[in-house]
Design a protein around this ligand. Structure first.
Ligand SMILES: Nc1ncnc2c1ncn2[C@@H]1O[C@H](COP(=O)(O)OP(=O)(O)OP(=O)(O)O)[C@@H](O)[C@H]1O
Ligand SMILES: [Mg+2]
Length: 234
């Protein structure tokens, strides 16, 4: 299935935990089909911004649009399951009692996709992440890198409009981090899905992203294009 990639627009987003302001009226645009990395030191608000995009937090001011859909605005926040997103976190977040196939197929089960079609798509997703032979294993019988591939397959299986990543490689050792980073970059290019990727690793951001948004203490300090024509634009 081909469809027009969905842009993400964040307008004037502000967020505070109680009296502690974390994000200060951020504006951000992610073009459809591109990957933007959110890069910055610990505590600068990267995960908070990603959670706002996911619908796990509700902004106190501003708006978020996915294409022509408003997913958050003053007093309104669309539930995560209604946002057409896939998410991958640092800690894999797999269900230990389910097989790899059941974990990967879960988003389709929720959408009541019939068994045969679900199985077909599970195998396509597992093949995409190089785990076609691991469908019947339990997550506990996989390495960290393999578990993260399962989480990645689960995130892409429903062909979401937007993929959200929060430091998905940071629990892996350096060599594995590097190789999986290149594989994920290739997969994102192939899928053409709009993606937002949180990291504090500049080299990871440079491999994966089309643009790097530099965050510091809840504000954007620079937006950098990655690639042959790269340069700071803000
Ligand atoms: N549930 C919470 N309650 C109160 N404060 C929080 C909560 N979650 C995060 N914060 C604070 O908000 C700020 C931003 O946190 P956030 O998790 O967005 O940072 P981050 O950039 O993702 O950092 P890291 O790289 O360490 O993951 C930090 O000062 C943090 O202490
Ligand atoms: Mg974080």
């Amino acid at each position: 299935m081909t469809r027009t990639p969905t842009p993400v627009t964040v307008h004037g987003i502000g967020y505070a935990f109680g009296a502690h302001p974390v994000l200060h009226h951020l504006d951000l645009k992610v073009e459809g089909g591109t990957t933007t990395a959110l890069l910055g030191p610990s505590g600068c608000g990267k995960s908070t911004l990603l959670k706002l995009l996911a619908g796990l937090l509700q902004p106190q001011s501003g708006e978020i649009h996915f294409g022509d859909r408003t997913v958050a605005s003053a007093g309104f926040s669309l539930a995560p399951e209604q946002r057409d997103i896939g998410m991958v976190f640092q800690d894999y977040a797999l269900w230990p009692h389910m097989s790899v196939a059941q974990n990967v197929g879960f988003p389709l089960l929720m959408r009541r996709v019939p068994n045969a079609e679900r199985l077909r798509r599970i195998m396509i997703a597992l093949d995409r992440v190089g785990l076609a032979d691991f469908a019947l294993r339990r997550p506990s019988d996989l390495s960290g890198g393999q578990q993260q591939r399962v989480a990645l397959a689960r995130a892409i299986i429903a062909e979401p409009a937007i993929l959200l990543f929060d430091e998905p490689l940071s629990n892996l050792d350096r060599d594995l981090r590097e190789s999986l980073c290149f594989e994920m970059a290739a997969l994102l290019k192939q899928l053409g899905t709009t993606a937002v990727y949180v990291t504090h690793d500049r080299s990871e951001a440079e491999v994966l992203a089309d643009h790097i948004v530099h965050l510091s203490q809840g504000s954007i300090t620079a937006i950098q294009a990655v690639g042959p024509l790269s340069g700071e634009t803000a």
